[in-house]
Design a protein around this ligand. Structure first.
Ligand SMILES: C[S@@+](CC[C@H](N)C(=O)[O-])C[C@H]1O[C@@H](n2cnc3c(N)ncnc32)[C@H](O)[C@@H]1O
Length: 479
C-alpha cells in the first residue's frame, strides 16, 4: 500500500488543516514561469492585464489576474501574509512600499502565507528546500529569512545543467537555485559524499598532509568527499533519464529529489511537497520508505501521478483527498473553478485518455481532444464541457461547428445534469460512425450525474495520452 496521500486543491487550504510540527521535510518547487519575460515581474499592473496564454498556475505572478481582471486573489494573499504578523508582516509592507503592486509582489504574496504554514508544520528537526530560479531567487531568500530567520539559512544550492541556448547578450542561464533552511539547530542532516575525481586528490595533499599515511588517504578517497553546494552531476530536461520522463513541463529528475530526501530525512519521516506537479518527490519518497503528502491544484498533475505509480512504480497510486466524490462535490468544484472542473470532467470521460486543454481562454471551443484508430487511420474526437445548468441547442451547434472545422469524427458534450431539453436532444441526433465493427454516436451527451451512477459514454478505444505524449522535455532554463 502506498505510504502517503495526494491532496487536490490549493495547498494553503490543506496546510491550514494540518497539525503543528508534523512534517520532517518540505521540498517545494512553486510555479515560476522562468520563460516569461523577466520584466513581467516589474510591470505595474494598474492597467487591466491583457488576456494571456494561461497555464493552471499562471495567476500567481500577476497582481491583476488577466482573466478575471481582478486583483482580489493577490490582495487576499497579501492580507493573509500581514495576518501572520511579526517580521513577515513588516517584510511584506516594506516590499509593497518599495515595489508597489506588481508581478513580483503578487508572487511573494502568494508564497508568504504558504511558507508561514510550512514553517508551522515543520518539526524542530525539520528542513525546507525551496526550488527556484535566478530571477526571483533573491527575493524569495529575503522572504525565507523573514519567516525562518537568517540564522537558519543553510545553503543556496546551485543546480547546473546544460542545454541549447540562443542568447547572445548575456551568458546562457543554466542553473536553478535551491534554498535550504533548517527549522532550528536541531535539524537532521546527513551530508552526502561524492566521488573524488581521480588524479585530483591522489597525492594526499587534499587532506592536509603530503607525507601522510598513503593507505589512510586512499581509504578516505574511496569513501568520497563531502558534496559541495553546487551540483553538476544531475541532468535536467533532455538529459534526464528517458525512462523517467512523463511529458510534464516542469518535471524534476528523481536523482535530485533522492539527494535531498537522503540528506534531510530518514526512513519513516514525513515529507511534504505542497506543489507536487507530476510527483517526483512523491515517487522518490515512496521508493525511499518515507511517508508523504503531495498537494497540487490541478487534476492533470494528480492524474499523471496516478499514472506514474501504475506504470513506473508498478503499484496502486496513493489515495486522493479533495476530489469530487458525488454530484454535490462536482457542482462545488465547478463553482470554485470552472477550469478545474473541465479538466476533472474530461478526465472522467475516456478513462483519462482525453487530453484536457491547458488554455482557459482561446481554446477555440475544444476542452479536450483524443485520438482513436480505425484500421491504420487515426481519427480525432473532441470534447466540450458545460458545467452550468441550462445547456441550450446553441452549445450543440457550436460543437458541431468545431467538429467540422477540426475534421473530428466524434464529439462529446459533457454536462452536469442528466436531463436535457428536447431542443438539445434534437440537435444531438447526428447519426453514427462506424469504427471497426462497432458503431458509435457521432455526437453524444454525457453527464456527471451519469458518471456517479456508473454510466459511461460510448467511445471507441482511445490512444492513451501518456503513451502518445512522451515528449523530449525542455530543460528548466530561463532563456
Ligand atoms: C513547477 S511545478 C512542480 C513540478 C514538480 N516538482 C515535478 O517534479 O513535477 C508547480 C506545480 O504547482 C502546482 N500549484 C500551483 N499553485 C498551487 C497551489 N496554490 N496549491 C497547490 N499546487 C499548486 C501547479 O499545478 C504545478 O503542478
Amino acid at each position: 500500500m502506498a505510504r502517503g496521500k495526494l491532496y487536490y486543491g490549493d495547498n494553503l487550504d490543506w496546510m491550514k488543516q494540518w497539525p503543528d510540527e508534523s512534517v520532517d521535510l518540505v521540498y517545494l518547487d512553486p510555479p515560476f514561469n522562468s520563460k516569461a519575460s523577466y520584466n513581467i515581474l516589474w510591470e505595474k499592473e494598474a492597467r487591466n492585464g491583457a488576456p494571456a496564454q494561461v497555464l493552471a498556475f499562471e495567476d500567481t505572478w500577476h497582481w491583476v489576474n488577466p482573466r478575471t481582471r481582478s486583483s482580489q486573489a493577490a490582495e487576499r494573499n497579501f492580507d493573509a501574509a500581514l495576518a501572520v504578523g511579526g517580521q513577515l508582516a513588516r517584510y511584506m509592507q516594506a516590499m509593497m512600499q518599495l515595489h508597489g503592486p506588481c508581478g513580483l509582489l503578487a508572487y511573494l504574496a502568494h508564497l508568504a502565507p504558504r511558507l508561514a504554514e510550512m514553517h508551522r508544520l515543520l518539526k524542530p528537526t525539520g528542513s525546507i528546500y525551496l526550488h527556484c530560479d535566478p530571477s526571483a531567487g533573491y527575493y524569495i531568500r529575503t522572504l525565507l529569512d523573514a519567516i525562518f530567520g537568517p540564522k537558519n539559512f543553510r545553503n543556496e544550492i546551485v543546480w547546473c545543467y546544460a542545454g541549447p541556448s540562443f542568447v547572445k547578450r548575456w551568458f546562457p542561464r543554466k542553473h536553478d537555485t535551491i534554498l535550504f533552511y533548517a527549522k532550528s539547530d536541531e535539524a537532521f542532516f546527513d551530508l552526502p559524499l561524492a566521488e573524488h575525481k581521480s588524479g585530483l586528490h591522489n597525492k594526499g595533499t587534499v587532506f592536509g598532509k603530503r607525507d601522510g599515511d598513503e593507505a589512510a588517504v586512499r581509504k578516505r578517497e574511496a569513501e568520497g568527499k563531502s558534496l559541495e553546494d553546487w551540483w553538476t552531476d544531475i541532468g535536467a530536461g533532455g538529459h534526464m533519464p528517458r525512462k523517467e520522463r512523463l511529458g510534464y513541463p516542469t518535471q524534476k529528475p528523481e536523482a535530485l529529489l533522492r539527494r535531498i530526501l537522503q540528506a534531510s530525512s530518514r526512513e519513516g519521516d514525513m515529507v511534504l511537497d505542497p506543489y507536487c506537479g507530476c510527483g517526483t518527490t512523491i515517487h522518490v519518497a515512496e521508493q525511499l520508505g518515507r511517508n508523504y503528502m503531495g498537494v497540487d491544484i490541478t487534476h492533470y498533475a494528480i492524474e499523471i501521478i496516478e499514472f506514474r505509480f501504475r506504470s513506473k512504480l508498478l503499484m496502486p497510486p496513493p489515495p486522493v483527498e479533495g476530489r469530487p466524490a458525488d454530484l454535490g462535490g462536482a457542482r462545488e468544484l465547478f463553482a470554485r473553478s470552472p477550469f478545474q472542473f473541465e479538466a476533472w470532467a474530461i478526465g472522467r470521460c475516456g478513462a483519462g485518455r482525453i487530453q484536457p486543454n491547458e488554455r482557459k481562454v482561446g481554446d477555440r471551443g475544444i476542452d479536450g481532444r483524443a485520438y482513436f484508430a480505425d484500421g491504420s487511420e487515426r481519427h480525432l474526437l473532441v470534447a466540450q464541457v458545460k458545467g452550468g445548468r441550462n445547456i441550450g441547442p446553441g452549445a450543440v451547434r457550436d460543437l458541431k461547428g468545431v467538429m467540422q472545422r477540426e475534421n473530428a469524427k466524434l464529439g462529446i458534450l459533457i454536462g452536469m445534469e442528466r436531463s436535457i431539453t428536447k431542443g438539445v436532444a434534437r440537435e444531438l441526433s447526428a447519426g453514427s460512425v462506424q469504427v471497426g465493427r462497432e458503431s458509435y454516436p457521432k455526437l453524444q451527451y454525457w453527464s456527471m450525474e451519469d458518471y456517479f451512477e456508473g454510466g459511461r459514454p460510448r467511445l471507441p478505444a482511445l490512444i492513451g495520452r501518456h503513451e502518445r505524449d512522451q515528449v523530449t522535455m525542455e530543460h528548466g532554463g530561463a532563456d
